[in-house]
Every structure is written in C-alpha cells, then in structure tokens.
Design a protein around this ligand. Sequence first.
Ligand code: RNT
Ligand code: ZN
Length: 429
Amino acid sequence: MPREQTIEKLYAEAKDKYAQISVNAEQAVERLEQVAISLHCWQGDDVSGFETPDAQLSGGGIMATGNYPGKARNTDELRADLEMALNLIPGKHRLSLHAIYAETGGKKVARNQLTADHFFNWIDWAKANLVGIDFNGTFFSHPKADSGFTLASRDEGIRKFWVEHGSACRKIGQHIGKALGSPCITNIWIPDGYKDIPADRKTPRLILKQSLDEIFAEKIDPQYNLDALESKLFGIGSESYVVGSHEFYLGYAIENKKLLCLDSGHFHPTEVISDKISAVLIFLDEILLHVSRGLRWDSDHVVILSDELRAMAEEIVRGNFLGRVHIGLDFFDASINRVAAWTIGAHSVLKAMLMALLEPTTMLRQMETAGNLTGRLALLEEIKALPFGAVWDYYCLKRDVPVGLGWLDKVQAYEKEVLSRRCGNQVCG
Ligand code: RNT
Ligand code: ZN
C-alpha cells in the first residue's frame, strides 16, 4: 500500500479509537491548525544579532553554548534558515524578532533610534511566509547594559536610553501589527539585578515601575501592539536579586492591563508554569509563554515533549484559553544543527497541543466532579496508549510537511548544501 494510504488508514483506525472515548479527532486536528507558534529568530545565530559584523551575545546572564557550524551570518541567511524550518513545521506560524536583528544598511543606529524602517525586509518576508511577527526589546549585549542595570538603573542617562529603546520597540510593534493585520506582542525582558545580597530591594523596583510607566505612557491600539513583561527568578550574575521578579510583573500587568510573559526556565527548578496559567488568567486577559527547557538552571535547552510541556498544553486546552495564551519559543542551543533545533522544539509544542486536544476532557471532569478520583487517574493513564502518533502523521501529511523523520533528511541535505558552506569565524564543512 502506498505510504499516503497507510497513513490515512492508520488515521481512520485512530479516529475510531478516540471516538470510543467521545473524542473527535477530526475536530482536534482542525483546532490544532489554529495554533500559531512564535518561532524565535535568535535560535538561528545564538542570540548574536547583526548590529556589528562580530556581534555576540554578552551580558544579561544568558548563554548559548556550543560551536556547531553553519550559524546565520546575516539577515538573509537567517531568513533562509527560518524558511527551511517553517517548511518542516505543520501549520501557519509567527516569528519572534529581537531588536538586534534590525537592518540598518551598514549604518550604526543606536537602539533608542530604531524605527520600523529597519524592519521592512522582515515585514515583507512575513507577508509571504507567516501570520504575524512578535517583537522583543534587546536590553543586553550593549555597553549601556554593562553595569547590570537598564530600566532600573539609578543612572538617569542610562535609564532614559533604555526607556527610549522600550518606546521605540512599541512603535515598531505597532507598525508591524498594522502592516500584517495581526497584533504584534512586544515583550520586555531586562537582566537587571545583583550578584550578591542587595541592601535595597525596593528602590530599583520603584525605578523600574517609573520606567515602564514612561514607556507605556503613549497609548497604542491593542489591535496593533500588545505589551508583555517577562519576569525571572535569577540569572548568571544576578543570583541574589532580580528587579523584575514574578510578583513585580504580575502586579504591574494586572494594574496596567499588560500581558505577563511566563518563561518556563525562569522559576525554581521544581516550580512549573503549567500551574500558573489558570491562576493568572483569572486576573489577566492574555499571557505570553516563553516555552523553554531549563536543565538544572535556565539553560534554554531545546524544548522536548516532556510531562511539563504536556501539562502546559493541557492547561491551555482544558481552560479554553487557546485565544488568550500566546505561545513563543525561547531556547538557544549552539551545539546542534540550528534548523533542527527550531523544528524539534516547534514539533514538540504542536505534539503536546495535539495530545491535549485529543484528551477526553469532559469525561475526566465528570469523574472528578463525581469524586471518582480512581477513575480519573485510570483514564489519564489509559489514554497515554492511544494512537496519537497516527493523528500527528496524518496532520503532517495534510499540511504538506514530511512525515516522521523525513524532516531530518531535508535538514541534513540543507546542511550539506548551504550551512556547511558558511565560512567566516566558524569552521567550514
Ligand atoms: C532571558 C529571557 C529572554 C531571552 C530572549 C533572548 O532569560 O528568557 O526572553 O531569552 O529575550
Ligand atoms: Zn524568555
């Protein structure tokens, strides 16, 4: 039997199995098509950006380790790599840009002077390939961030510079949202904090509040731009104190109707963001997720289909939050093929979402409400053996992306033909 027919046949069988527990697989697939993942551009070049030819990630306590050859050396290469990944990921997705991916035509443009003009190529490219772009201010890898403080700096000149950067980013977001007909989520993450025990935890937080108030003073139509704030527990070099903590931004987001960004690597290693989704969405309209994988610390490993990823997806589906939770990827592994890293991470999130959409939620809830906790656990364990893979393969087939490991062949061919020919400060294949 031809491969396509086998996939269809196995899908038909799977559909029957799911129907036996009152799950409509067809509907699950339709709903999965609506899930847009924001693919983070920074996995493609290890968060270097292209401000200068030798730009590198520095400061901020984040780190990309590894020296796998083939990293994108300019925006054209980065877009080509992203296109490659997008062709291997089923569905229509988004792009998450950082300010350091501006195209300034070789001119040095200060970050507080950036405008939408510096992102025209990205917008044009998105029109052809994507459903939208999200944006991030870059508050690290910069001499004015060397002290470890940006928006919470006691140095008024430094603080103003970063406030202007934040304002510039929102205007870029507004332009992007207008141009693409889909709101741009402009996220702010700052590294500000202390390595050792501070004598004053309050003042930097008051300064940060003032800076945010200044950045958000201009009203921008949420149809075009939505603001998000990303908290963190600690970073390398800010182990004792981070100004923008979870409580700080949760309070700010509630009071000012902003989005809260929950990054899965930004909490205690045993603390999970899946449990936070239903809690914060009682008080907030929308949130952004930075889906990452911390190993022992906020290491930003490539996302895999872990129990926690599944739990996040279950929470989004069970709470009926699909329209209120925006999903972005945030990891940077420089030790493996970067196009593969995007593909693996995005596939994992989509698989988790599909599994959640195939869950017999009503049946589980009925058991729980009736106090049948034995039945709830039994059913949760039983459904793990259902033929989810057949539905996933069918989805890939329908969306014209390679089924199974077929995508890896394409990445390997791309590596041979394109990535390995990229010389420069890296080894050439
Ligand atoms: C850092 C934050 C932040 C960055 C990106 C590059 O800990 O997670 O989101 O990863 O802005
Ligand atoms: Zn993040």
